[in-house]
Design a protein around this ligand. Sequence first.
Ligand SMILES: [Fe+2]
Length: 232
Amino acid sequence: MIDIHCHILYGVDDGSPDYETSCRMVDCLADEGVSAIIATPHYRHQMFSYPVQRIEDALTRLSAYAAGRHVTLFSGCEYHVNHDIFSHLESGRVHTLADSDYVLTEYSYTSDLARILDYTEELVMRGWRPIIAHAERYEVFQRRPRLAEEVIHQGAQIQVNADSVLGLDGRGMKKCALKLLDLGLVDYVASDAHDLDERAPHLEKCCSLIRKRYGEEAAKMLFETNPRKILM
Ligand SMILES: [Fe+2]
């Protein structure tokens, strides 16, 4: 498996607090069968600054540990979208996913569809490939999951969180995540892990649920085949 959304780098956002925790998160994901992780610290204006030097230092140090567990780490960012995203991507101020054209985008959960569509359209027009992080969290998709088809039509891909699928984030999120999966609109399932307690990785458990509900092929696509395309 490949985890494309994970707050595994220590001391850079609200994810892992320290090197030790990050190492235990690597252990946990490795034990679950993960061979590559894209580290995606938050960038959010006036909330998470995306400290590039600290991110790169943490990535270098943790990569050495991860290599011992046969896990490869890649750089990335979960970008809470505002208009700065275009200049930040073009100048390299924030990382894309594994230095590809794929960008993990997040919006306020009460955002209207037009805002998501507008930014998606402009990102695509400028040559980026936006992925909507944890689409099941948005009110607009919780009310009408089929509206996700519109952002897909605009050129975005959809990621859902393992915890949502498992029901660990409440019934509303689970219902929406499963509906998006039922409709065949989901491209990636990722951990979005922040620690080893409240927001620990649960990929293996989620993968086996998906295997039971949708079959082996679908599980492979969501956890391995699609994520691997980002790394190529
Ligand atoms: Fe996240």
